[in-house]
Structure formats: structure tokens, C-alpha cells
Ligand binder design. Structure first.
Ligand SMILES: Cc1cc2nc3c(=O)[nH]c(=O)nc-3n(C[C@H](O)[C@H](O)[C@H](O)COP(=O)(O)OP(=O)(O)OC[C@H]3O[C@@H](n4cnc5c(N)ncnc54)[C@H](O)[C@@H]3O)c2cc1C
Length: 550
């Protein structure tokens, strides 16, 4: 049978005949080990068809590049460059139809599934993700040291928002059994490093500051660690002028804009960078600007030359304490500092960061995939990945599957549903759904949805990502930190802004759940996870890895 085919149909391979392999792939799913090419998972007891269904599949334990790992992004680049569909293999129809297909298994995609299912119990939902694990930025790293499990967040760290959580977001947390304030009081050991006599260190590198020196005792208003700024700068290998200027910025009660009202000062601060404020208004030695250059990278992905002084005030950076600025947000402030300057939200973080939230969502959406019953035992529970994509699950999660096209069947005006094409392994597959949520990366959406209005595409193209690299390391012996008297090292001239940071501590309530204890006893040498944070926003590189100082 022949029929006239629209060019977009042809691009999806709808003009091609169905061969025997396609038929087997699409229909005879129960046949067993046909190898790559089948879209969904085997049932319990059947041979695994895809890695996520096989025994021993456990991505949280993998090392190496775990953000956009090899295999997760290459086809997206081809799509962007316009050469994916021209060389694409024949598309295979899975013959699967869902109420909803969600692209992206991060917190947004999993939460979308949760809310959709709450509104339509029994809905059939497929969640696609290009990575080998669910969670998006909310993934985790598992280490096994001396027979104990140690955890670190693989990306997003804590329940924390510039504004109070909306009734919907707060309600979701509660529905998952997460009570952030009570958990924080019960589980966090905020004083663990103070009790051990550890403070923060700063590594000043020769290339930027003239000599390599690890200076311990940097005071922190965040956690109260450290001594006085006078003691700290006295140990820094800097000129007298630079030392005095850092002390003045940190502790001075100086109004650098006398005669102006608080509103006028805020307006002026909104029109200059923090670097300009330091150099032109506070008139510090230029090396002092280098000392603060990377302070903003963790939040914004850029240095102090690209963030307004007013936003830095909202983010509690030093230098403004004598300026009599009224508390609260001001015009021209960006969303995040404006929110924090008004108080922000409650905060809490699990030993694996927000990965526990995604695990709780998966446990709720796919019963049997993760054992346990509350938000404490989920921390150490082991996910059974082979259960995520079973045919009789109302909600399925299909990993290592990158969506490259989502389009209305019948066009946007008279849509009869959505057709989604995704790549898994070497093959391109097609599923259909009544609706589709793109909880994926915004800047890729214009490529996924060619039929999207131009103005919307142009707006989405404006969004860019900056690499923010977390490096998680398991230390067999952390006593070097204890000997140096530090729990973290910042390196303002290094690639990793936070060069090393011990994991946070948890009280017994979590210890019961965290088999390997994330908190060290005060004496014996003990293994611990540690993290570094690197942001690639500076052209210069340190002469050597700042971590060498340890
Ligand atoms: C290092 C880091 C630290 C952070 N810290 C915090 C924090 O402490 N607190 C906080 O609230 N927020 C933090 N964030 C922000 C955090 O990213 C969000 O809060 C939240 O995790 C975003 O969830 P999401 O589902 O919207 O997006 P993501 O987590 O990005 O999930 C989107 C998913 O869609 C997948 N995807 C994309 N395109 C496709 C496609 N075409 N086909 C299939 N799958 C696709 C992606 O691979 C990803 O898995 C942090 C972010 C980073 C990077």
C-alpha cells in the first residue's frame, strides 16, 4: 500500500515499509533476547533487553564524568547542527500509547508525573531521560569505603529557595513525607566541625597572589567557623595594604556613599559590578578584587565583574555593613538575591542532596522499585532499576533515551495527540501520547519542536548553561584536614573555587539510615566523602591544581 507522505512524516521514516525486524521490535516484546532494538523492558524473569533492566545496573556507584556522560548528548548536538535526521536510521514504532509522555526525569519531570497521576489516577505515563540514571541534576554519588556506604550529592544540594515554597511545592514535599524544618532540627549536625576545632581555609596560589599558601581560619558568617578576620589576614602572604583592605571590606563600618538615601544607594549599587564597587568605590588594592573574584561563581556561574554590587549585597557579601542599607528587596535586583534579602525559604539537605526527593518520587510512582516507607530509609535504599520500565507499570521510566522530536499529530491547529521520537542505543523509536510535557533542557526545545512559534524559539535560544563542576571524592583517610584544622578550602585563583570540602554531618537519626555514617568521630582516622566545586568562567588556569596544597 502506498500513500502520499508529508515531508515531516518522511523525516520520521513513516514512508518506509515495515520490515520483519521492525515488526519483532514493535510487537513481539515477549520473545526474549532479541538484542538491542526493543523499546521497552522485559518482564520479571525475562532476559534483560536494555542495560537498565539487567542485573547489577547501578549508576550511582559509577565514577568519571557523571553529568552529561558519554552517550547522553551526542545526538542532541547532531540535531542542533542539522545533521541528525538526514543520516538517521529507520524509525521503529513501539506501538506504545500513553496518556502522557514526559521528557526529562529530573525533579520537574518526576513531579509532573506525580501531579498528573494525582489528577488522573490510573493514567499511563512514560518518562524518557537521556541519562543512564533518573534525577537530572538531583543525582547522587555512592562510595563504599571499608564496607560502609558513603553518600554525596551529585548535583543539586538542598531544599532551599530564594522565596518561600509555593503551596504546590510545599504540598508535594509534605505528601512525600518531607518536613524540612523538623528534619533539619533532628538530623543536621551544624556544629560538627566547630566541635572538632576545624575552620575554613583559603588557598592563595602563586600565579594570582605571588606565593602558594594555605591560610586556615577564614571566618564564616554562614556557619560561624573560624576566628577573626584580623588573625586571618595576618597569616596571608599579601602586602600590608591588601591585608588592611580585606579587613576593611570584611569588618569596616564605612558608608562609601554618604549623603544618599538607602534607595539612592541601592540604585547606584545596581548599576555597577561588585568588582567596580571594590575598585572604584571602596578603592581597594587590585589584588583584593582577585581575592573575591570567584565568590559569585557558585551561584551565578560568573565572576564578580559580571554581577551587580546590589545583588552581592543581597547575597550577604561584605563591604556594605556600614552603608545603612534598609533590609529588603529593591528595584533592579535579580530574582535570587531579591528573594534572599527578604528571608528566603526553609532549608534542609539530605546526605545525598536532593536525590532523595527524586527517589521518593520514584518510590511513589513505581511501587517496588525502591524498598522502604519513609524519607529516612530512602537514603540508603537500593533502587531496583529493572523495575522502572516494566510493561504493566502505569508509570514507566525509560533511561538512556534522548527525545529528538515531539510534534502534534495532525498539526498544532487540529492536534490528535503527540508523537515523540527518541534515540536509544543505535535506534530511533516512536511512541504516541495524548499529551507531552517537556521537562527537559529549555534551550534544546526549539530543536525538538520545529512547529513551535518563532518568538518562543527565539526566547528559548537565549537561555544558556554554564558548566558547574562538582567533583566528588572519597577519602580513605581525612586526617590531613584535621591536622590542618580545616573542613574546607576555597581557592580564589583555582579552577575549583571550593577546592575541597568535607561532607556535612548528620545526627543519629540519619545515621540509622546512613549505613556508613557521614560524620566522623573526633579521634580515629576515618574515611569521608569530600567535594570540590569548579566553575569554568575564568580564562586563566592555576599553575597547578590547588588541591595539591593538601
Ligand atoms: C550543580 C548544581 C547545584 C544545584 N543546587 C541546587 C540547590 O542546592 N537547590 C536547588 O533548589 N536547586 C539547585 N540547583 C538547580 C537544580 O538544577 C534544580 O533545582 C532542579 O534539580 C532542576 O530540575 P529539573 O527537573 O527542572 O531539571 P534537570 O534536573 O536538568 O532535569 C532535566 C532532565 O531532562 C533530561 N533531558 C534534557 N533534554 C532531554 C531530551 N531531549 N531527552 C531526554 N531527556 C532530556 C536531562 O538530562 C535531565 O535529566 C542546582 C543545579 C546544579 C547544576
Amino acid at each position: 500500500m502506498t500513500r502520499k507522505t508529508a515531508s515531516s512524516d518522511a523525516a520520521l521514516g513513516m514512508d518506509r515499509s515495515i520490515d520483519r525486524r521492525d515488526f519483532l521490535n514493535g510487537v513481539a516484546v515477549a520473545v526474549g533476547a532479541l538484542g538491542a532494538g526493543l523499546a521497552g523492558a522485559a518482564q520479571a524473569g525475562e532476559p534483560a533487553l536494555w542495560p537498565q533492566d539487567g542485573p547489577g545496573y547501578y549508576p550511582p556507584e559509577l565514577n568519571g564524568m557523571r553529568g552529561s556522560h558519554p552517550g547522553s548528548f551526542e545526538n542532541a548536538h547532531k540535531l542542533r547542527d542539522g545533521d541528525f535526521w538526514s543520516a538517521a536510521p529507520r524509525i521503529k514504532d513501539t506501538h506504545e500509547t500513553y496518556d502522557l509522555v514526559i521528557v526529562g526525569a529530573g525533579i520537574s519531570g518526576l513531579a509532573a508525573a506525580w501531579f498528573y497521576r494525582a489528577a488522573r489516577p490510573g493514567a499511563r505515563i512514560l518518562i524518557l531521560d537521556n541519562h543512564d540514571d533518573f534525577g537530572g541534576h538531583a543525582k547522587r554519588n555512592e562510595f563504599h569505603l571499608n564496607g560502609k556506604l558513603h553518600l554525596l550529592n551529585g548535583g543539586t544540594l538542598e531544599i532551599d529557595s530564594p522565596r518561600p515554597y509555593s503551596p504546590q511545592a510545599d504540598g508535594l514535599l509534605r505528601a512525600l513525607g518531607i518536613a524540612p524544618v523538623a528534619l533539619s532540627e533532628a538530623c543536621n549536625r551544624r556544629k560538627i566541625y566547630t566541635d572538632l576545632g576545624l575552620s575554613h581555609g583559603v588557598f592563595l596560589d602563586e600565579e594570582t597572589f605571588g606565593s602558594d599558601r594555605l591560610v586556615p581560619g577564614a571566618p564564616s558568617t554562614y556557619d560561624g567557623l573560624g576566628g577573626s578576620w584580623a588573625d586571618f589576614v595576618a597569616k596571608a602572604p599579601l602586602s600590608e595594604t591588601a591585608r588592611a583592605d580585606i579587613l576593611r571590606i570584611q569588618t569596616g563600618q564605612i558608608d562609601y556613599m554618604p549623603g544618599l538615601t538607602s534607595e539612592e544607594k541601592k540604585d547606584r549599587l545596581s548599576r555597577m559590578s561588585y568588582r567596580a564597587f571594590l575598585l572604584d568605590v571602596a578603592r581597594v588594592d587590585p589584588i583584593v578584587a582577585a581575592f573575591y573574584q570567584t565568590h559569585t561563581q557558585g551561584e551565578w556561574g560568573v565572576g564578580i565583574d559580571a554581577v551587580s554590587a546590589l545583588d552581592c549585597w543581597g547575597f550577604f557579601m561584605p563591604g556594605f555593613q556600614g552603608m545603612n542599607l534598609k533590609p529588603g528587596a529593591a528595584p533592579r535586583m535579580s530574582f535570587t538575591p531579591a528573594g534572599y534579602s527578604e528571608g528566603g525559604s526553609y532549608t534542609f539537605h539530605f546526605p545525598d542532596g536532593n536525590a532523595s526527593i527524586t527517589r521518593l518520587l520514584v518510590r511513589d510512582l513505581i511501587p517496588g522499585a525502591i524498598p522502604g516507607r519513609d524519607c529516612r530509609d530512602v537514603v540508603t535504599a537500593r533502587v531496583d532499576y529493572s523495575r522502572l520500565d516494566r510493561r504493566d507499570n502505569p508509570v514507566r521510566i525509560r533511561l538512556s533515551s534522548i527525545c529528538l522530536r515531539a510534534r502534534n499529530i495532525g498539526g498544532p491547529e487540529r492536534s490528535k495527540g503527540v508523537e515523540i521520537a527518541y534515540v536509544r542505543g543505535e535506534d530511533v523509536f516512536r511512541v504516541k501520547a495524548k499529551a507531552c510535557v517537556l521537562a527537559s533542557w529549555n534551550m534544546m526545545i526549539p530543536y525538538l519542536c520545529p512547529e513551535m512559534p518563532q518568538a518562543q524559539k527565539a526566547a528559548l535560544h537565549k537561555i544558556v548553561k554554564t558548566p558547574l563542576v562538582y567533583t566528588s571524592v572519597a577519602l580513605r583517610n581525612w586526617t590531613a584536614f584535621q591536622k590542618l584544622g580545616i573542613s574546607s578550602v576555597a581557592a580564589p585563583g583555582g579552577y575549583h573555587r571550593i577546592s575541597a570540602q568535607l561532607a556535612r554531618g548528620y545526627r543519629r537519626l540519619f545515621r540509622r539510615a546512613v549505613a556508613g555514617k557521614s560524620d566522623p568521630p573526633s579521634h580515629d582516622p576515618h574515611a569521608l566523602p569530600s567535594r570540590s566545586l569548579g566553575v569554568r568562567s575564568e580564562p586563566r588556569r592555576p599553575r597547578r591544581a590547588s588541591g595539591d596544597a593538601l
